[in-house]
Design a protein around this ligand. Structure first.
Ligand SMILES: Cc1ncc(COP(=O)(O)O)c(C=O)c1O
Length: 461
C-alpha cells in the first residue's frame, strides 16, 4: 500500500497514543479533515458517522456554532489569564456555577484542570491532603476496580485497572488497590444470580478493606458505566451494596463521570442512573463537548474546609496548573452546559434511548455476538467464538478490529476495546434515522466478519 505524503509526514513526526507503534509504520494514519454534525470527513473526502464521539467526548457534534463563537469571543477578549494567587476571570465562576448547579452531590466549589487524567490525579491529591488535614495520616490507600479506566498519569494510571496501562510503565504505584469488575456476563460464577454476584463483589470489597486495615483506606473511585474497560454496565443493586461498605468504613466515594457525565446515560450524570451518592465527581470530555481541553473535580464543603485549614497551616494551597480554569476552556464549558440545559439534552437522550438500546440488544442474535448491552446512548457488543460457553476468539485473530475496519468501510467509525468488545457512543445530538444508519453499518460489518470467520475456520477451539 502506498502512503500519501501527509501520512509519511505523520509517521516520521508524531507518536500516536494507544497505537501499535511498530505496525503503524506500515499502515499510517487516518487523517480526519473536517466535521459536520455527527459526521467527520477524512482527507480523501470520505464521510463517516463518528460512532464513538471521537473519544466518548464530542457530545454536541462537530460544528456547534455557539461553542465556536464562545471560544472565539473569549480569545478576542483575553486569550489567557490565570487563577493563581487570587487572580481570576468571569468565565471561571460562570462555568463553576453551572457545574455546581447540576452536580449529583452537594458541591461547594470546583477545581478545574485540563484533562480527565488530571482530574483524577487531583482527586488522589485532595484525598491525601484532606486526611492529613483531619489528622489521619495513615488513611491514604485508594481502591479502584479491575478494568476501570481513570487516565494515564502516574496516579490516575495507577487507578486504571487495565494491564496495558501498567505493564512496563512500573505501575501501579504503592497504595492503589483494585477490586472486582462488575461484569456479570464475564465474571459471574456458574449458576450465580445477579443479586448473588453483587453481594459477592461487595463482600470481596469489604474483605479487602479489612485485610488492608480500614484506617489505611481513604477512597474508592468508580465510573458509573466502565467505558474503556468494555462498556461494563453494573447489575442492579451493585452500587447500593458497594456504597454500604464504603459508608461503614468512612471511605470517600469518587464518581468518575468523565464518560457518563452530561446526559450520556439518560440522566445528567451516570451517578443518577445507578443510585450513586458520591462525595465528589471528576468531569472532562463532554464538559466542553471536547472543543477545548478542560476538566474539573467538584469539592464538597467538608473537603473545602479541610483545604482552608491546610492553607492556613502551610500558607498556600500548593497545587495548580498554568491552565487551571483556562479562560477559553471555561467559556466553552459554560456555553456547553448552557446548551445542555436550554436544548434539554437529557430529554433528547431519553427519547432516543429505547431506539438505540433496541438496536444494540437485537445484535445479540448475531452469531458473533456473545453479549450486547446499552444504556442511554452508550453501548457495546462483546464478540465471542462460541456463544454457548462464551469462549473468546484468539485475540491475535483481531476480530474486534476486523469489525471496526468493516464498519469504517461502511461509513461508521467505532472502536474495539480489549477482549473483542466493540463500543458505541455517538454524539448526543444524533437523530433517530442516524441511529438506524449507524446500526445498519454495524450489521453489514458483522455479517462480513462472520463470513470471514467461517471461511478461515477461526472458531476452532
Ligand atoms: C472514565 C474516564 N476517566 C478518565 C479518563 C482520562 O481522561 P483524559 O484522556 O482526558 O486524560 C478517561 C478517558 O477516556 C475516561 O474514560
Amino acid at each position: 500500500m502506498s502512503l500519501s505524503n501527509a501520512a509519511v509526514r505523520d509517521i516520521e513526526t508524531v507518536i500516536h497514543p494507544y497505537t501499535n507503534l511498530d505496525s503503524f509504520r506500515e499502515t499510517g494514519p487516518m487523517i480526519i479533515e473536517r466535521g459536520e454534525g455527527i459526521y467527520v470527513f477524512d482527507n480523501g473526502g470520505n464521510k463517516y458517522i463518528e460512532g464513538l464521539s471521537g473519544l466518548w467526548c464530542t457530545s454536541l457534534g462537530y460544528n456547534e456554532q455557539e461553542l465556536i463563537d464562545a471560544a472565539t469571543e473569549q480569545m478576542r477578549q483575553i486569550p489567557f489569564t490565570h487563577t493563581f494567587g487570587g487572580k481570576s476571570h468571569e468565565r471561571a465562576a460562570e462555568a463553576a456555577e453551572r457545574l455546581k448547579a447540576i452536580a449529583p452531590h452537594a458541591a461547594s466549589k470546583v477545581l478545574f484542570c485540563g484533562s480527565g487524567s488530571e482530574a483524577n490525579d487531583q482527586q488522589v491529591k485532595l484525598v491525601w491532603y484532606y486526611n492529613n488535614a483531619l489528622g489521619r495520616p495513615n488513611k491514604k490507600k485508594i481502591i479502584s476496580r479491575q478494568r476501570g479506566y481513570h487516565g494515564v498519569t502516574v496516579a490516575s494510571g495507577s487507578l486504571t485497572g487495565l494491564p496495558a496501562n501498567h505493564r512496563d510503565f512500573d505501575l501501579p504505584i504503592a497504595g492503589m488497590l483494585h477490586t472486582d469488575c462488575p461484569h456479570y456476563y464475564r465474571y459471574a460464577e456458574p449458576g450465580e444470580t445477579e443479586d448473588e454476584f453483587t453481594t459477592r463483589l461487595a463482600k470481596n470489597l469489604e474483605d479487602m478493606i479489612i485485610r488492608e486495615d480500614p484506617d489505611t483506606v481513604a477512597a474508592f473511585i468508580a465510573e458509573p458505566i466502565m467505558g474503556a474497560g468494555g462498556v461494563v454496565i453494573p447489575p442492579a443493586g451493585y452500587f447500593e451494596k458497594i456504597q454500604a461498605v464504603l459508608k461503614k468504613y468512612d471511605i470517600y466515594f469518587i464518581a468518575d463521570e468523565v464518560i457518563c457525565g452530561f446526559g450520556r446515560t439518560g440522566e445528567m450524570f451516570g451517578s443518577q442512573s445507578f443510585n450513586m451518592k458520591p462525595d465528589s465527581i471528576s468531569v472532562a470530555k463532554a464538559l466542553s463537548s471536547a472543543y477545548f481541553p478542560i476538566a474539573a473535580v467538584t469539592v464538597g464543603e467538608e473537603m473545602y474546609q479541610a483545604m482552608i485549614d491546610e492553607s492556613k497551616k502551610i500558607g498556600t494551597f500548593g497545587h495548580g496548573f498554568t491552565y487551571t480554569a483556562h479562560p477559553v476552556g471555561a467559556a466553552v464549558a459554560a456555553k456547553t452546559l448552557e446548551i445542555y440545559e436550554k436544548r434539554n439534552i437529557v430529554g433528547h437522550v431519553r427519547s432516543l434511548a429505547p431506539r438505540f438500546e433496541g438496536h444494540v440488544e437485537r445484535l445479540a442474535d448475531h452469531p458473533l455476538v456473545g453479549h450486547a448491552r446499552a444504556k442511554g446512548l452508550i453501548g457495546a457488543i462483546e464478540l465471542v467464538a462460541d456463544k454457548s460457553d462464551k469462549r473468546s476468539f484468539d485475540l491475535k485473530a483481531g476480530i474486534g478490529a476486523a469489525v471496526v475496519a468493516a464498519a469504517q468501510r461502511h461509513g461508521l467509525i467505532l472502536r474495539a476495546l480489549a477482549g473483542d468488545i466493540v463500543a458505541f457512543c455517538p454524539p448526543l445530538i444524533i437523530a433517530a434515522e442516524q441511529i438506524d444508519d449507524m446500526f445498519s453499518a454495524v450489521t453489514k460489518a458483522l455479517d462480513e466478519v462472520e463470513a470471514h470467520v467461517k471461511k478461515e475456520g477461526l472458531r476452532a477451539a
